[in-house]
Design a protein around this ligand. Structure first.
Ligand code: NDP
Length: 329
């Protein structure tokens, strides 16, 4: 087994020296366990948070141990009747080539009708985040205007496309012309804002003159502050993530415009995808249906090799990834 371990807790951006790459012998299975040959890892912004000490919604990874990772692969040996040799599974199996598990929190996935990697993205944890964050927290209604930040990523693009299905006008922001073009041409967004070259506040006022009813935030910082200034009456602000702040969580920049929540009679709410875990199967089915109907477009950015773990993770924080970031093993 080759595994990526956490060797240092970074301050600021991650570095190659924060991780180790080790090889160990795969041990014998105990009764109830099975062995997974991992084919792909999901590279998630949350990994940066898991490198910090202490517990937020989940405990930080212990130094010297395998990095936590949503991974997917094939069962190649089993002493567990529920997970037979040959089935494909997905779950927190770690950043490694082989994982032994008793199956707790691991789900069997169907790789005949959908790609294995989709179960790490739009049909996995990030897709569930978009689905429940938008539908249960944002509560979109036909005719409303939604603005989603980091819109070209798996969470953002899925939020925007589900919002289109629900009859909303969708505005997305992203960090390049190519990403903005993708939002309009492939994802059917109504408006795209390149936050690096355009004035976000001016563009929101142009595209949503009466304000936005839902702000689905993946970025935090200045983006959050600017969006707050542009809320419609009764607006919902869904705090899903704050990727602009993850490298310095001890010093989070808060929004000076928060009093707009008062005058807009709005509310700000958080989403943790794991709170909806019992409902994931039904949501996965619905999203798979939308993909089959051509209503949701999926884009992946695939890098190969565990030795490229750090550089791949860094892509999320520089905007180098374009689509759901996957590391194949
Ligand atoms: P993405 O594929 O969207 O990748 C991250 C993107 O964020 C980058 O491509 C980049 O795009 C953008 N970005 C990076 N740094 C900055 C910055 N400083 N300012 C503005 N944009 C930046 O990732 P995901 O779709 O996987 O995740 C999106 C968000 O959802 C994250 O915040 C993540 O933490 C959150 N999340 C929350 C969950 C929950 O339960 N609450 C669960 C899963 C994810 P660009 O080129 O546009 O800058």
């Amino acid at each position: 087994n080759t595994l990526v371990t956490l060797e240092n807790r970074p301050s600021g951006a991650v570095k190659v020296s924060d991780f180790g790459l080790k090889t160990e012998k795969v041990r014998e299975l105990k009764n109830g366990e099975f062995l997974v040959n991992i084919e792909a890892l999901s590279m998630d912004p949350a990994i940066r948070g898991w490198m910090n000490p202490g517990t937020t919604y989940i405990k930080g990874v212990e130094l010297g141990t395998v990095m936590r990772s949503f991974s997917a692969g094939k069962v190649i040996d089993s002493k567990n009747d529920s997970f037979k040799v040959g089935v494909y599974v997905e779950g927190l199996l770690g950043a490694q080539t082989h994982a032994i598990t008793d199956g707790t929190g691991i789900r069997i996935i169907n790789v005949e009708n959908s790609k294995l990697t989709h179960h790490l993205g739009v049909l996995g944890m990030p897709g569930m985040t978009a689905y429940f964050g938008l539908l249960r927290r944002g509560e979109p209604k036909p005719g409303e205007v939604i603005y989603v930040s980091a819109a070209s990523g798996v969470v953002g693009s899925t939020v925007g496309q589900i919002a289109k299905i629900k009859g909303c006008t969708v505005i997305g922001s992203a960090g390049s012309e190519a990403k903005c073009k993708y939002l309009i041409d492939e994802c059917g967004f109504d408006h795209a804002i390149n936050y690096k070259t355009e004035d976000l506040d001016a563009k929101l006022k142009e595209y949503a003159p009466d304000g936005v009813h839902i702000f689905y935030d993946n970025v935090g910082g200045d983006t959050l502050n600017t969006a707050l200034a542009n809320l419609a009456q009764g607006a919902r602000v869904v705090i899903c993530g704050a990727i602009s702040q993850y490298n310095d969580m001890g010093n989070i920049q808060g929004p000076a415009n928060y009093m707009k929540i008062v005058t807009a009679r709005g509310y700000m709410t958080g989403i943790i995808v794991f709170d909806f875990i019992k409902e994931w199967p039904a949501a996965t089915k619905e999203i798979a249906g939308w993909i089959a109907e051509g209503k949701i477009h999926v884009k992946e950015d695939v890098v190969h090799g565990l030795e490229n773990y750090t550089e791949t993770l860094m892509m999320l924080f520089t905007g180098k990834n374009f689509g759901k970031l996957i590391l194949t093993v």
